[in-house]
Ligand binder design. Structure first.
Ligand SMILES: Nc1ncnc2c1ncn2[C@@H]1O[C@H](COP(=O)(O)OP(=O)(O)O)[C@@H](O)[C@H]1O
Ligand SMILES: C=C(OP(=O)(O)O)C(=O)O
Length: 340
């Protein structure tokens, strides 16, 4: 079988030379997260990708990830937040009022996949919140925001998404990632918009919260790929439950005959280091050995210091995992003992 090996396109890897090297390592798909800008705004990056494909003679899936509207803070300069200090959410940390309106007193606000945590104290007249910094750090603009216990005001497509879909053919988009899929209806809505535009894109459904997990069996028939999106999912479930939930989703995809992708922090230390940890090597290997059809890097290629090395490592570990899986399958088939 062919594995799908994805990177994420970002400021760290949008030039032809880097993209070519990543393709030569085995990258056969790349995700563009539209939460950070439209197809039109990223047209130079997409042109570089097309050039790299031409020069290598390899086809690469261009997978666009729809916007997660209210679930992010807005653009800002990096802000150093000290644990125990006070900060304005909606002022010092710019955030849209619809997002602020979901906050209740005492709620924990997790930013940047839980790297920074705030507690909401007082609501101000302008709709912003005074917050205590529970866990400080350097916070950048447009990072994710999760509100513990609050419902996600999810409608799968916003105005910007529709504009991006109008431009999808022009930019050579071949697949679509849908964030926060919580029901079959979410995917039906997206599919209707695609059909309306005569687009036949593969749908990668991101399972990012417990509601999506609960409804997996209803979501499976409408998705081409289930994405176990461990970033947001881990915020919703907590890190201690996350590995078990990943396994449960994998088994249910397998039972339902649906391919799945494992993403987020696969090689997180390679954002800063040219080598990964043993635990990360094991994570990628096991994800594929246990049956994943696809794996994807996020920060490592989009914003890391070693995008080419990270992609090369991902591809090599994933191939090793696939060899293990195939060896095991053929041993079972021949009734041989399961040693090597
Ligand atoms: N299209 C983009 N434009 C600008 N920055 C980007 C883009 N894509 C990714 N990045 C940067 O790379 C980081 C990782 O990207 P991504 O995987 O989309 O993560 P996240 O959804 O957590 O922001 C982003 O937080 C951002 O700093
Ligand atoms: C890949 C994920 O989504 P995003 O990068 O949009 O936070 C995730 O939550 O695991």
């Amino acid at each position: 079988m062919d594995l799908e090996l994805f990177g994420t396109l970002g400021p760290a890897c949008h030039d032809v030379k880097r993209l070519k090297r990543m393709i030569e390592s085995g990258m056969n798909g790349i995700r563009l997260n539209l939460s950070h800008g439209s197809l039109e705004e990223k047209q130079d990056w997409i042109a570089a990708l097309h050039e790299a494909q031409k020069e290598t003679g390899q086809r690469v899936t261009l997978l666009v990830d729809l916007r997660e509207r209210e679930l992010r803070i807005q653009d800002m300069e990096p802000l150093d937040l000290e644990t125990g200090s006070c900060v304005g959410f909606g002022t010092d940390i710019p955030a849209d009022r619809a997002l602020c309106s979901l906050i209740t007193p005492g709620m924990t606000i997790q930013l940047d996949d839980g790297r920074v945590k705030l507690r909401a104290l007082n609501l101000n007249a302008d709709g912003s919140w005074d917050c205590e910094v529970l866990q400080g750090g350097c916070l950048q603009g447009r990072k994710s925001c999760a509100l513990e216990g609050a419902p996600i005001p999810f409608s799968p497509l916003c105005e910007d998404d529709l504009k991006n879909l109008d431009n999808a053919r022009r930019f050579g988009v071949t697949a679509l990632m849908v964030p926060f899929v919580q029901s079959a209806r979410d995917l039906e809505t997206v599919r209707r918009e695609l059909t309306h535009r005569g687009l036949n894109l593969r749908l990668y459904a991101k399972i990012e919260n417990e509601e999506g997990c609960r409804n997996l069996e209803k979501i499976l028939p409408l998705a081409d790929m289930i994405v176990i999106a461990r970033g947001d999912l881990g915020q919703d479930t907590g890190l201690v439950r996350l590995p078990g939930i990943q396994r449960d989703l994998e088994r249910r995809c397998q039972r339902g005959g649906k391919p799945w992708m494992v993403v987020t922090e696969l090689l997180a230390s390679m954002v800063q280091s040219p080598v990964c940890t043993r635990a990360e090597a094991n994570d990628v290997f096991r994800a594929v050995a246990d049956g994943a059809s696809a794996v994807m890097l996020t920060n490592e290629t989009a914003a890391g210091q070693w995008p080419e090395e990270a992609m090369d490592m991902l591809c090599r570990l994933a191939r090793e995992g696939l060899r293990e899986r195939e060896a095991l399958a053929s041993a079972v088939c021949d009734g041989r003992p399961l040693d090597h």
